[in-house]
Design a protein around this ligand. Sequence first.
Ligand SMILES: Cc1ncc(COP(=O)(O)O)c(C=O)c1O
Length: 479
Amino acid sequence: MISALIDLDRAGDEGLVAQLTSQLRSLIAVGRLAKGRTLPSSRQLASDLGVSRNTVTYAFEQLAAEGYLAASHGRRPVVTVDGGERFEGSGAAASNAPSAKPRLSPWASKLKRTDWPMSYQALLKPLRPGHGDAREFPNEIWARCLRRSAVRAARREPGPVNRTRLREALAHYLATSRGVRATTDQIMILPSAQAALTLIAAVLTTPGDDVRVEDPGYPGAAAAFRASGARVTGMGLDQQGMQRMPGMAAPKLIFMTPSHQHPTGRLMSLARRTEFLRWSMSGRTWIVEDDYDGEFHYDSRPVPALQGLDVHGRVLYVGTFSKAMTSDIRLGYLVVPPALIGTFEIAQRHIGLIASSHIQEALAEFIAEGHFLAHLRRMRRLYHLRRDHLVEGLERRLGEVLSVEVPSGGIQLVARLKRGHADQAAVKRLVEAGVETRALSSLALGKPRDHGLLLGFAAWRESEISAAVRTMASCFSRG
Ligand SMILES: Cc1ncc(COP(=O)(O)O)c(C=O)c1O
């Protein structure tokens, strides 16, 4: 059936007539619709494709005008060109053949429709959220670890893909610093936290599954689960974190950022944590805990990870070195419940989400020699000062327009717009003036409830923060 060879993207920018014309033209050009083949009537093809009859008629008329079809009123069109003859002969002709619109998988089509990753300007500008300060990273020490790791490579045992020394170092770090309970073989080393989310979506979700995420929330998570075909819906937040509505059925999977909710920075209360864990004990719900910047806490002792409270093996714990070290390191990790380890390792190899062993070994050494904890301690002090500096500047200069939600940790904060300002327009004005922020409304899944700005403070020196706040103040004073 010809309709099975056609894939129309109704959400795409290109009109349906143009899509259908170009796909039919390509099918003829490559010989899939051979010379002499009679096509279905416009009424039939329109009904098979679920488009209007006019759409098909216009496409047929265009192809008849180009000489691909013979079409006369009341007769079904016939292909008049031998694709093989016309296009296969010379390389030049073949490369000029009109190419069919690539038939993408549902996964790729859904990914293309999300607006994540956002198109940031290439150059990092103050106060772009989501970054630590790469300028403060001890590059000389890291270079020594990398060099030693490379020199020793020839003497190392090949495999395993998740290097034992790094898993051991991480198991110890996560237990002592984050309260995570994991044996070394539960820890997978991946190129990023995003890779962990993609892997989880691939292994645990089926098209149509009910997946819940925070709203507003981290768009990378919604994108990963939506692409896998899950039905992704948001759950609102209150001061205790993600909120479960009474009577809500247990979903297949919940994604959350309980240590510092992305983007608000709120800490999920213990009562809420136990409520979600109890829900997951029904045995149907997986909880994905993304602890992307849990290392940074300023006002009190850190609250241990939710994973540490899970005694039923329902929590998958995701972490990244993008914030704790630098985003160029490209390493993240995933702690998998015992019942899932084997399956996740098979999927990891199949998808090829394997991090370089040179870098894994270098990081194991960096941690073992104490450099990782020393860096974290130093950054915690620095980022704490920077958070306070940004909060003070915003309250002093922009207190009339913005209300700051001070996070107890993390690397970014939310400042809500008090009145009358649409956040996307404000973000646009600010970026033109050299200050890069993210609109809170762009992180909403449903209708945005709040307008505000997500501002990064960790990557910027105090002088840079002051300058950015002055720029913001002058932008807002101009309206
Ligand atoms: C909540 C959250 N999770 C995960 C990530 C991604 O981390 P990675 O760079 O390791 O993919 C980010 C990055 O901004 C984030 O904000």
